[in-house]
Design a protein around this ligand. Structure first.
Ligand code: IPM
Ligand code: MN
Length: 358
């Protein structure tokens, strides 16, 4: 009997449903050419869940996710819910599911093939060949640290890491480096923050004990942000805390010209969560203008994590071939290109992917 993967689908808000639809069409097409299939359960998250159940991450959604093989998430949030605070915000739902799944490592790869270099705000010569992976700690640091509070006159958050939390995410980074170009850059603010000094010491000790074959360097977050713009090709794997990783990965996303390109995988103790780095883009929602590439690359990362790397590779090669046509969604469009819709881009990638699977 062929394998059936149980996939929880969380379309979420804004462009989330449109991009996730392209992933589902692609997965089903890939499955037809393979010895596995997918069984989807659609669940509510973010603003959509607030509207329906007054809770951005209902327990039912958490339960379904935990009993699935993987979770695909579109995007959450939007102006409609911007006046909500604290645990009622759509974003809190996202933080909650990451935490519930124990997804402590967030992988955000960026590669800039020659076909995208022209869309970059940087000079093509500076970005062609960029191939980096940010490993962001996802369920600790200042996003979750206690105490935190806001009494209207004073507000505070706590950036807190334990040795164990640092070690487990650094280990993921070192292991990825071994599969790539064997280099890790650890990013912190150890010239100012105690928590960063513990971060740096811990990464150094782990390196000496288990990963001395991997090249390791350390950078302050301010310098790393600048280096990302002036010389991004120097990076292979970057490992950093939750807040620094949030910021640095958005910077890295601009290298290829659009946040609509950047996928992510959040992995850890159990079920992986696969989501584009971009948000719900309310200004684009419902118009077929969204770029499905980040969602589709997140889907390829999901297939890799399920052990279906032949299909994942077929998708990545299909995407490369699709980008060879002079067709782009609006975010990447410029003179000389044809502007196409979300589903047209999805169709193109699917057609090219299938050519690799016959
Ligand atoms: C991201 C997003 C989220 C984050 C928000 C929506 C909570 O910016 O995935 O990068 O800050 O982690
Ligand atoms: Mn972010």
């Amino acid at each position: 009997m062929s394998k059936i993967y149980k996939i929880a689908l969380m379309p979420g808000d804004g462009i989330g449903p449109e991009v996730i639809a392209e992933s589902v069409k692609l997965l089903d097409a890939v499955a037809e050419q393979s010895d596995f299939s997918f069984e989807y359960t659609e669940v509510l998250a973010g603003g959509a869940a607030i509207d329906a159940q007054n809770d951005p991450m209902p327990q039912h959604t958490v339960d379904i996710c935990k009993s699935s093989d993987a979770v695909l998430l579109g995007a959450v949030g939007g102006p409609k819910w911007d006046n909500l605070t604290g645990a009622m915000r759509p974003e809190s739902g996202l933080l909650k599911i990451r935490k519930e799944l124990g997804a402590f490592a967030n992988l955000r790869p960026v590669a800039v093939p020659p076909s995208l270099a022209e869309s970059s705000p940087l000079r093509p010569a500076a970005v062609i060949g960029v191939d980096l992976l940010t490993v962001r700690e996802l369920i600790g640091g200042i996003y979750f640290g206690r105490p935190s509070g806001n009494d209207g006159q004073e507000a505070f958050n706590t950036m807190r890491y334990t040795v164990g939390e640092i070690e487990r995410v650094a280990r993921v980074a070192f292991e990825w480096a071994r599969k790539r170009r064997n280099k890790v850059t650890s990013v912190d603010k150890a010239n100012v923050l105690d928590v960063s000094r513990l971060w740096r010491d811990t990464v150094k000790k782990l390196h000496a004990a288990e990963f001395s074959d991997v090249a390791l360097d350390h950078m302050y977050i301010d310098n790393a942000s600048m280096q990302m713009v002036i010389n991004p090709r120097q990076f292979d794997v970057i490992v950093t805390g939750n807040l620094f990783g949030d910021i640095l990965s958005d910077v890295s996303a601009t290298l290829g010209g659009s946040l609509g390109l950047l996928p992510s995988a959040s992995i850890g103790s159990g079920v992986g969560l696969f989501e584009p780095v971009h948000g719900s883009a309310p200004d684009l929602a419902g118009q077929g203008k969204a770029n499905p590439i980040a969602m589709i690359l997140s889907t390829a990362m999901m297939l890799d994590s399920l052990g279906e790397s032949r299909s994942a590779t077929a998708i990545r090669q299909g995407l490369d071939a699709a980008l060879g046509y002079n067709s782009r969604t609006g975010d990447l469009w410029h003179e000389g290109y044809k502007k196409i819709s979300t589903s047209e881009m999805g169709d193109l990638i699917r057609t090219e992917t299938l050519k690799n699977l016959y």
